[in-house]
Design a protein around this ligand. Structure first.
Ligand SMILES: *Cc1c(COP(=O)(O)O)cnc(C)c1O
Length: 416
């Protein structure tokens, strides 16, 4: 891709190009932040209208049965399952990643200690998304049983850090800052050979890269629906538990939605069979209903096609930044090797925050992550090659003209 016309030609040959029509895109915006909050599918607005005007207004309480509200977390779980290599009744859409990590990490620690009470270490990466580490820290404190969190600084150190003391390795597949992707099959094998359990965070993987949870024989996973799955701001996350573990696993948020028979109103908790026991309480039905509009778009394609386009987009972006912005103090922090890259690309710049604000002011929306990282997400369902070209040209201009030095771009917002 050497010219803007090359980019237009690539879009002309793109088998996924027509899927862009299913999204409510804003004119004059190049949106490279679908890894943080996806764009609304056009169907989402009609679905919201239907849920509020028909299911809620007319159906009222009857809709828990008649509109399938009560079954929604499991029905959407089954719909999402094929995108991450899960089987029916292995996945529920519910709560947030933070809450689901709390449930699954506590359950996994209990399972590990029943097998071998000496295992008191949770292994993760210091560069993991902070909420994952915070949840582990809070749980360790709450349990007060001598658990520790062992953090490595380099992904390559993980295999050596997982040993006979390890209860659970809690690993995020694609790193939120660098875009580095782990080899999930190889690492799951290392974890399980050491006698530990593998808990994967798929926040930047689901809908972005092919994942095969059962194929790699993973134990547990959590993931997000408002990033690459386009479910809407704060749409519920998901939790996955391998079939073989479900009935042996006790989760601590033993709310009534996870009960064997919630409407028997039994004063004693008895967990349900299957994945339903990982639910806790009443779910945000309006928000959860919109998740389906996002998932439906994936029915028209498959993760292999999405991955092919994602790699083509990210390759093109990396090459263009190197050629068109040569001489600028930009350092690629995302691995170039395809097997180690997710669907976003990050560059460090000494004034990353200001540069990103200047880009956003010109309609190129990426985001900024501490320290100094400009982050650009590529979502093959709606990102075009010409968007890649135009985004790099805008970046080049912002850097060459020093437009980012305008004082208004230095003001810090609470969400970066
Ligand atoms: C986005 C993200 C989260 C978000 O957690 P919530 O509790 O759903 O807000 C968690 N972990 C990772 C790795 C993420 O990228």
């Amino acid at each position: 891709m050497k010219t803007r016309n090359d980019a237009i030609a690539l879009d002309g040959d793109d088998p996924l190009a027509r899927l862009r029509d299913r999204f409510a895109l804003t004119p004059d915006v190049i949106y490279l932040d679908g890894n943080s909050l996806g764009v609304p599918p056009i169907a989402a607005a009609a679905r919201a209208q239907e849920v509020i005007a028909h299911e809620w207004t007319e159906g009222l309480i009857r809709s828990w049965n008649a509109a399938g509200w009560f079954a929604l977390p499991r029905r959407l779980g089954d719909k999402l399952a094929p995108l991450v290599g899960a089987a029916p009744d292995e996945l529920v859409v519910t709560d947030t990643i933070s809450v689901n990590l709390f449930k699954l990490l506590s359950a996994a620690l209990k399972m590990a200690s029943e097998r071998d009470s000496g295992r008191r270490v949770i292994v993760s990466e210091r560069a993991n998304f902070p909420t994952d580490l915070y949840i582990a820290q809070g749980l360790i404190e709450q349990l007060d049983r001598g658990y520790t969190l062992r953090l490595v600084d380099d992904p390559a150190e993980l295999p050596d850090a997982i040993d006979e003391d390890t209860a659970v390795a809690m690993i995020t597949h694609v790193n939120y800052r660098t875009g580095h992707m782990h080899d999930m099959a190889a690492l799951t094998q290392v974890i399980q050979r050491a006698g530990a359990l593998a808990l994967w965070d798929l926040a930047h993987s689901a809908g972005a890269v092919p994942v095969d949870l059962n194929g790699v024989h993973a134990d547990f996973a959590v993931g997000c629906t408002y990033k690459y799955l386009n479910g809407g701001p704060g749409s519920p996350a998901f939790a996955w538990v391998a079939k073989r573990h479900q009935d042996a696993l006790a989760q601590p948020l033993s709310g009534w939605w996870g009960h064997r028979a919630p409407f028997e109103m039994d004063p004693v908790y008895a967990p349900g069979q299957g994945i339903g026991r990982f639910l806790c309480g009443t779910q945000p039905i309006v928000s959860m209903s919109l998740v389906e509009a996002g998932l439906d778009v994936f029915l028209a394609t498959d993760m292999q096609a999405i991955r092919r386009k994602s790699l083509a987009l990210t390759d093109a972006f990396i090459e263009l930044v190197h050629t068109r912005c040569a001489g600028q103090p930009l350092t690629l922090v995302t691995p170039r090797a395809h097997a180690q890259r997710g669907s976003h690309v990050s560059f460090e710049h000494p004034h990353g925050y200001e540069v990103m604000q200047a880009l956003i002011a010109r309609g190129v929306i990426g985001d900024y992550r501490e320290p100094r990282v400009l982050r650009f997400g590529f979502t093959p369902l709606y990102t075009r090659f010409v968007d890649v070209w135009d985004a790099v040209e805008t970046l080049r201009d912002v850097l060459e003209t020093n437009a980012w030095r305008a004082p208004e771009f230095a003001a810090r917002h609470s969400v970066t």
